[in-house]
Design a protein around this ligand. Structure first.
Ligand code: 6GU
Length: 280
């Protein structure tokens, strides 16, 4: 009798609604690579809505000068409320309405994971100069910024959110382990990767990776991830999940650094602010 091996993959589904004044900006990003594949596989649907279509009057005005004076134009509340209400209909109140704004909470892998558990998300692309406060207070249920720098509008941040969330939807990436090993997934930066050739322009692949010793490879990768995080993003170490062995390795790195002249320079040679370990 033949034995049938049944492999089941968990698959998810997500719908994104994006409200923007510039729907044309999204075409390339959504029509290539991972987002194209996720859409073709029926795992993700994305609807772009032009905010201008919900503005009234002959000129369909979507922004206006700020009360109290000052520079820049402010997005008017009426078109945004009308758009969200029309797009969500009965689902208004049960779908997160996320305003992309530099005033929002910081977008991290944790936030991406949190959002990937939703079935539907609505993203409003704000323009940098500002959005009427009534939108912040009474329409948006969440506000997200992708980092401490200034962009002209929320369109590129919306693409960032859609891509980061989509790749976490079960079934989008072939290998379910792939998202687990990502930089940031465990709170550490990722270890270095190598592929053929074994020597390229005189630079050899680390011996351990060619050794076939699985346990040694795992240990080396962990130490590389720790070293890289300590060098580039020491702020991440205080919230990473670290074992006693990890801490021992970090103390060893710190001891090596302290025994070198200069003290304030890490092994890459540039100045870093916080190479001191958080709690040793
Ligand atoms: Cl969400 N919007 C704008 N305009 N600038 C940003 C941002 C968002 N996140 C970082 N910079």
């Amino acid at each position: 009798m033949a034995v049938r091996l049944v492999v089941t993959y968990e698959v998810g589904f997500m719908h994104f609604d994006i409200l923007t004044l510039f729907p044309g900006l999204f075409a390339g990003v959504f029509e290539e690579s991972i987002l194209k594949r996720a859409r073709e596989a029926g795992l993700v649907t994305i609807a772009l809505h032009n905010i201008r279509d919900y503005a009234t009057g002959r000129h369909r005005v979507t922004d206006d000068a700020p009360y109290g004076g000052g520079g820049g134009m402010i997005m008017k509340p009426e078109p945004l409320f009308a758009a969200v209400e029309a797009v969500l209909g009965e689902q208004l109140g049960s779908v997160p309405v996320i305003l992309l704004t530099p005033k929002g909470r910081l977008f991290t892998q944790r936030v991406a994971r949190e959002l990937s558990r939703q079935r539907r998300l609505l993203l409003i692309c704000g323009r940098y100069e500002g959005v009427d406060e009534r939108v912040h207070r009474y329409l948006a249920t969440d506000e997200i910024s992708i980092g401490d720098y200034v962009l002209a509008g929320g369109e590129i941040p919306a693409m960032v959110v859609v891509e980061a969330v989509t790749r976490l939807i079960p079934g989008v990436l072939g290998d379910p382990g792939a998202t687990f090993e990502d930089s940031h997934a465990e709170g550490l930066l990722e270890y270095p990767h190598y592929t053929r050739p074994p020597v390229f322009r005189g630079h050899a692949v680390p011996e351990v990776l060619l050794s076939g010793h699985h346990a040694q490879i795992v240990r080396w990768r962990r130490q590389q991830a720790l070293r890289r995080t300590w060098e580039q993003r020491p702020d991440l170490l205080s919230s990473a999940r670290l074992t006693d062995e990890d801490w021992a390795y970090l103390r060893q790195l710190q001891a090596e650094q302290e025994s070198q002249a200069g003290g304030n320079c890490n092994t890459l040679g540039h100045e870093t602010e916080a190479t001191d370990l958080p709690t040793l």
